[in-house]
Design a protein around this ligand. Structure first.
Ligand SMILES: NC(=O)c1ccc[n+]([C@@H]2O[C@H](COP(=O)([O-])OP(=O)(O)OC[C@H]3O[C@@H](n4cnc5c(N)ncnc54)[C@H](O)[C@@H]3O)[C@@H](O)[C@H]2O)c1
Length: 258
């Protein structure tokens, strides 16, 4: 391998990914693993063990772990376990997230609190617990998953609570990135566009007019594959992005630029 490609290698790195059981999280784990990292795959669902085994069968170094990102204790316990077992954490990807569809006037208190708890509290708890380990090491990269919905009002679907959390995730990364900039810990966000996951495939089948509108609004005229989101995350996690912190990188097929 040419020498300057080593900046993309994650050989020997310890990575933790939340929301790792499926979808974009699974793709991020595969990408980081293929670049050489050992990946701790954390999720609320027991399915994460099956997914971790599947990636291990592909020759990657993985382990499954249970986490509830809405609980600061659960997140802290995982950070302590990983640090005790591996002695360090180099990369953490705060990917766990949910969307609730609702108009503003119909959004319930309960759903509002829930989406804030998972998408926003979760990113804070993960960044604080794992960021503290990284600050002690004097090195680390945190990447959180925002969305196109965090930078513009997407249409026609309505999910204002989700949108606010994703704007918050991007701003959290900006502020934390600046706060920790002289201490070796970089914090960035990736903003995926419409991505070809099970949820979106369902929309395509059940609401073809909505899917057609999305495709029309996307400059590349297609959904992104989960692997394409993972590539952007892996870049920010790697030393290739050593000068980048506090940024939101849109991986959205041009959607937010149009
Ligand atoms: N799919 C898209 O088009 C799209 C677009 C923009 C942003 N995103 C974001 O990408 C991320 C991944 O989305 P996805 O499409 O793969 O969704 P997904 O529902 O397939 O996966 C989300 C994962 O998060 C886990 N999770 C949920 N609550 C949790 C909790 N409290 N603690 C730990 N894990 C929890 C789920 O179990 C699941 O495995 C999310 O943050 C989402 O908002 C997705």
């Amino acid at each position: 391998m040419a020498k300057n490609l080593n900046i993309f290698s994650l050989e020997g790195r310890i990575a933790v990914v939340t929301g790792a059981a499926r979808g974009i999280g699974e793709a991020i784990c595969r990408q980081l693993g293929e670049m050489g990292a050992h990946v701790v795959m954390a999720d609320l669902l027991d399915l994460v063990d099956e997914t971790a085994s599947k990636l291990a069968d592909e020759g990657l170094s993985t382990e499954g772990e249970r986490i509830d990102v809405t609980s600061s204790q659960s997140v802290q316990d995982l950070a302590d376990r990983v640090n005790a077992k591996h002695g360090r954490v180099d990369i953490v990807v705060a990917n766990a997230g949910v969307a609730y569809e609702s108009s503003t006037e119909d959004h319930s208190d309960e759903d509002w609190r829930r989406v804030m708890a998972i998408n926003l509290d979760g990113v804070f708890f993960v960044a604080r617990a794992f960021g503290s380990i990284m600050l002690d090491q004097g090195k680390g990269s945190i990447v959180a998953i925002s969305s196109i919905a965090g930078v513009k009002a997407v249409r026609p679907e309505l999910h204002i609570g989700y949108d606010v959390t994703k704007a918050g995730v991007a701003h959290f990364c900006k502020v934390a990135g600046v706060e920790w900039a002289t201490r070796g810990v970089r914090v960035n966000a990736v903003g995926p566009g419409y991505t070809n996951t099970e949820m979106l495939q369902k929309v395509g089948l059940e609401q073809p007019a909505v899917m057609a509108r999305w495709i029309d609004d996307i400059p590349m005229s297609r959904l992104l594959e989960p692997a394409e989101i993972a590539q952007a995350v892996a870049f920010l996690a790697s030393d290739a992005a050593s000068g980048i912190t506090g940024q939101l990188l849109m991986a959205d097929a041009g959607y937010s630029a149009a």
